[in-house]
Design a binder for this molecule. Structure first.
Ligand code: PRX
Length: 660
């Protein structure tokens, strides 16, 4: 870290793209700027950040309805346990569903659901969503779920996923969505940590034309999860499914018996809305907690300002709701705005690489938000696929999850955005709950840069001593002031929360949030993200912990130890490579390599599958036994390994093969 803080970084990108005036003038943020009388974008950004408490107050009034107005906007007296909107009463489900179902938006489409099998489609209006949410909320209540109880949601991207999340929110239960690409092991650790009462899943889902089972993972995962009283199963594919008498119930049967009216709980803004497990540096996933008040405000504000979603737009965020992007920009942000979104179940390349573009054409998608890994996959496949479709409807493009390299930026701009749509590259995290650094439609763009911190944020780049680094220098991304959709704690672990995010600068500048990413600013002040400071992998945009993959590998009976690194990959950003030490007397065979990779897939899920496995006799470690993944990675990729003086076993470095 110290190295980066001292190194001046020259950004070579000199291209600047200006958004057409009609897109700028039509944009929500531009109109707000004009209304307030700011002369320039930078003047507006600066004012909103300096006056962040007033700014968030205005956003909370503009984007959310309150059962009872709050008396205090922010309580920062117990730093870093910040509280927002004290004394108010609210529920995000009211803001996302009820108020629209009771307004002129009643028959407006909330979701166009597009199943993977071609032709499997359904439009769901706000009124239909309201009734479905009420039925499920009553269904959960009938199973004994009460305010504060946890419900794990392990579903593919089908309408029952948002419906279940909103049903939990409605009754004050806390949802914990687990990405369906995790398997039994990944699900088990997340269900047991949350002590969930109910797991909601489906019999299966469609992937690349095939119905695949999902429920068997739940059966394995809940075997030693004593908190789980019921498993609710959505019938999606109709595959034969074992149901455990007294524990399992079909979703369709559960809701059929319920009333379509259900009272929405009037909650304290700090009442927890959800837990979402994310990866950190240890093998134990962190249960990030988010609150109702903040989530009723910040996702809606950023959906309106950064993504510029408007009343008559058709918005498509391709993220799975198992990750934070889905929570904020498939569910809460667009629904709180009363917007129309696409919900797509399947993979981008089924039945062929034209599927996404055919959906954009068919529904007239005007705002399209996706990930660099997908853009690079399409770029590799060739321009002919999008060229077959009419994509003139697209006004705004956006990206998230990892750096959008300039080449992919240019391809996206030219082939999907008709060389005119701005590309809103949004930097944020599970922890932040909403976009933090991003261009607005009016911002002149530099390909590969995330532009500037958004209005309302005081984001900076610090060196080790908590000094803001000058332009051209790199350092740690920090937040100097709180924001409404910030993480509140780790579930059952407030101490680790304080230690991981707030301790670094506590003595000098208490209340400084350490994001865990490095960045630099160029001579014009544009921000460039340089990657994580810790051992966290980004595989196809999915956040996976090296340590979690290592512990899955070590759970194989023949494996003694493992070190996992990310290998740069043109399409996925990174792929997983495992260096494995086998137990005494075990033969190192090609078959065993495959077995270990398969084992990790079984334990954690396809999302954590190691692309390659290498056998080694030892891995570099510190004297306290910590694997030095930085050294393993440098040696494997043929880069300088740097200082190895802290190693207990420097000879092990030579044993790491070059992986090419
Ligand atoms: O390293 C940053 C990277 O993704 C991390 C957050 O991952 P996660 O919590 O899974 O949330 C992903 C979706 C918000 C960050 O610490 N990251 C996210 N967006 C960008 C990014 N890196 C570069 N550019 C981005 N736009």
């Amino acid at each position: 870290m110290a190295e980066t803080a001292k190194t001046a970084v020259l950004q070579e990108e000199t291209r600047i793209f200006n958004t057409p005036q009609w897109i700028i003038e039509h944009s929500n943020s531009f109109q707000w700027m004009k209304k307030k009388g700011f002369k320039t974008e930078m003047e507006m950004r600066a004012w909103c950040s300096e006056n962040y408490v007033d700014f968030w107050d205005e956003m909370a009034q503009s984007y959310a309805d309150w059962y009872k107005p709050y008396d205090q906007i922010l309580d920062d007296s117990k730093n870093p346990y910040f509280k927002w909107f004290l004394g108010g009463k609210i529920n995000v489900a009211y803001n996302a569903v009820d108020r629209h179902a009771k307004s002129w938006r009643k028959n407006k489409v909330a979701y166009y659901f597009e199943g993977e099998p071609v032709g499997d489609k359904k439009a769901i209006t706000y009124y239909e969503l309201y009734r479905a949410v009420n039925k499920m909320a009553n269904g959960l209540k009938s199973l004994g779920v009460e305010k504060g109880d946890r419900v794990s949601v392990y579903l593919p991207m089908i309408p029952e996923l948002p419906i279940t999340m909103l049903a939990c929110a409605k009754i004050g239960a806390i949802h914990s969505v687990v990405f369906s690409g995790f398997s039994a092991g990944g699900l088990n650790s997340r269900v047991t940590d949350a002590e969930s009462k109910v797991v909601v899943t489906s019999d299966g889902f469609y992937r690349r034309g095939k119905p695949l089972p999902l429920k068997p993972n739940v059966d394995t995962a809940v075997q030693d999860a004593p908190s789980v009283k019921n498993v609710v199963v959505v019938k999606r594919t109709g595959v034969a499914t074992d149901m455990v008498e007294g524990r399992d119930i079909w979703y369709q049967d559960l809701v059929a018996a319920q009333s379509d009216e259900c009272v929405t709980e009037e909650l304290d803004p700090e009442d927890r809305l959800f837990i979402l497990y994310t990866s950190g540096t240890t093998g134990k996933p962190k249960g990030i907690e988010h609150a109702h008040g903040g989530y009723s405000v910040a996702p809606a504000y950023t959906t309106a300002w950064a993504l510029d979603v408007q009343e008559d737009d058709v918005f498509w965020c391709t993220a799975d709701a198992g990750w934070i992007t889905g929570h904020s920009y498939v569910i809460y942000g667009p629904l709180c705005l009363g917007a129309t979104s696409i919900l797509y179940e399947g993979s981008p390349d089924f039945p062929n690489l034209g599927r996404w573009w055919s959906i954009i054409e068919e529904y007239g998608v005007s705002v399209f938000y996706t990930a660099p890994t997908a853009i690079r996959m399409f770029m590799k496949a060739g321009d002919q696929w999008p060229a077959k479709y009419n994509l003139k409807c697209v006004r705004i493009l956006a990206s998230v999850g990892e750096p959008l390299n300039p080449e992919a930026y240019m391809w996206f701009r030219k082939n999907i955005g008709a060389d005119q749509a701005p590309i809103i590259d949004t930097w944020w995290q599970t922890e932040t709950g909403c976009h933090v650094i991003a261009p607005l439609p009016m911002t002149p763009e530099k390909p590969g840069s995330v532009a500037f911190p958004l209005p309302g944020f005081n984001t900076d780049i610090f060196d080790e001593e908590a000094n803001s680094v000058p332009l051209g220098y790199g350092g740690n991304i920090v937040q100097k002031t709180p924001w409404p959709s910030m993480l509140r704690a780790f579930y059952k672990d407030e101490i680790r929360y304080k230690k991981e995010y707030w301790e670094m600068y506590w003595d000098v500048k208490p209340g400084t949030y350490l994001a865990g990413d490095k960045a630099t600013r160029d001579k014009d002040g544009y921000w460039w993200i340089q990657g994580r400071i810790d051992d966290v992998l980004k595989v196809a945009g999915h956040r996976i912990s090296n340590a979690e993959v290592e512990s899955a590998a070590v759970s194989h009976p023949k494996v003694a130890e493992a070190a996992v690194i990310g290998k740069p990959d043109e399409v996925k950003g990174e792929t997983i490579v495992a260096f494995v030490i086998v137990k005494e007397g075990v033969e190192e065979t090609e078959d065993l390599k495959k077995e270990v990779a398969k084992h990790v897939r079984t334990v954690l899920g396809p999302v954590a599958y190691p692309e390659s496995v290498y056998f080694v006799k030892d891995v570099p470690k510190t004297r306290s036994g910590k694997i030095m993944r930085r050294v393993v990675k440098a040696k494997a990729l043929g880069k300088p390994v740097g200082d190895t003086s802290a190693l207990a076993n420097p000879e092990s470095v030579e044993m790491i093969p070059l992986i090419g």
